[in-house]
Design a protein. Structure first.
Length: 382
């Protein structure tokens, strides 16, 4: 009998969300007794994947699995890695499952997924501190000076500490949570689930105010005409002086959306210094950067659709079922497997305020006749 822990490891492995440590745990478990058979049976029953060993190419599968493990090393940047030979052994255990890769049974999931259950703060020296959302704490720099304070789900940096060079902290928000931060210049940023923001502890006089975003955030930027505020999201820079706007740029999404509520923003590509190619947004407009085609389109939108998450609301307007499931995974910190692929590109409209995920699933079940099962944090849609 497979325990709940092993089931969760299998789901994470099949959806490519398993960390290097979790791959290790699954490998150790598979080495024991008849667990490989249990694994195969579980996959067949729960994912309707049948095993046809005649299709199996052991050489190619082994190569792909070792490449996967090497990729995991790079993604998680482990400081201490156990013997690679052990992971080769684990890869060999997985050989009987290798054809799953060949037949593309695995689902595309984010490599950037923030898996911790806790909000964490990475300091300038690389140390990572867990933030207790029910408590309060002080943020110290390397010299022991207080540079900020945390109270509940809000982090505030002061502008009084003396800094001659840019020193960065990184705030990481896991799935299922949101957070608020006030930067040293007074800029307020709301961070959505599954988001990380890298920012200076204090902005320096004479230098641009630049932060780095992965995920989604709503910015209310403090006006400073001498120091433009820039949000960098991979290839795209969003430059402002003082304004309110939303940026959604999860690594797994093919499009970065910038929605302007107030003021004006200037969009340009990181590698393009030609200002003639910049896009200027007006309030009520959305700029969409297509990562594959490297172009930016604009259109008028209802801004509250894109900013309602700040108040805990999920707002879907002409959004594909596939993207709805992504938003639900982040919002509720769950893993969703969609086996009803005919629905993936269907577009839906709905809105939910602080509703439990069961209510949303019931809505889709009643309105669109979908079927689903819930097993702890794993949801399968049929």
């Amino acid at each position: 009998m497979i325990s709940t822990k092993e089931k969760n490891l299998i789901v994470k492995y099949l959806t490519k969300q398993a960390s290097f440590t979790e791959l290790d745990e699954l490998g150790v478990w598979l080495e024991q007794s008849s667990n490989e058979k249990e694994f195969i049976n579980y996959v067949k029953i729960n994912y309707a994947i049948d095993f046809n060993m005649k299709k199996f190419d052991s050489v190619n599968s082994k190569k792909q699995l070792i490449e996967l493990i090497n990729k995991e090393k790079k993604v998680y940047k482990l400081r201490k890695v156990k013997s690679f030979g052990k992971y080769v052994a684990i890869a060999i255990i997985f050989l009987s499952l290798g054809y799953l890769y060949q037949n593309k049974y695995f689902f595309n999931t984010p490599s950037h997924t923030i898996k911790s259950e806790n909000v964490t703060l990475q300091l300038e020296n690389g140390n990572i501190e867990v933030i207790n959302e029910n408590g309060s704490s002080k943020v110290l720099d390397a010299q022991g000076n207080i540079v900020g304070s945390q109270d509940g789900t809000e982090l505030v940096y002061n502008n009084e500490v003396e800094k001659e060079t840019l020193v960065y902290n990184t705030l990481n928000i896991p799935y299922g949570k949101r957070f608020k931060i006030k930067l040293s210049d007074g800029t307020i940023v709301h961070l959505n689930a599954g988001t990380s923001l890298k920012y200076p502890v204090k902005f320096i006089e004479g230098k641009e105010r630049k932060v780095f975003l992965k995920g989604e955030a709503f910015f209310n930027v403090a006006k400073d005409t001498k120091h433009p505020f820039i949000v960098n999201s991979d290839e795209l820079n969003v430059q402002v002086l003082g304004t309110q706007f939303n940026v959604s740029s999860y690594p797994e999404d093919t499009v970065t959306d910038v929605v302007l509520v107030e003021g004006s923003v200037n969009l340009h590509l990181e590698k393009n210094n030609n200002l003639d190619n910049d896009i200027v947004l007006k309030p009520g407009f959305k700029g969409s950067f297509n990562k594959d085609e490297a172009n930016i389109d604009t259109k008028r939108v209802l801004t509250n659709i894109y900013t309602s998450w700040v108040d805990g609301e999920l707002f879907f307007r002409n959004i594909t079922f596939e993207n709805i499931l992504k938003k639900m995974e982040r919002h509720y910190n769950v893993t969703i497997i969609n086996k009803n692929l005919s629905l993936s590109q269907e577009e839906f409209n709905a809105s939910f305020r602080e509703a439990p995920i069961e209510k949303i699933l019931e809505y889709f079940e009643i309105t669109y006749n979908i079927e689903y099962t819930i097993n702890e944090n794993n949801i399968i849609i049929n």
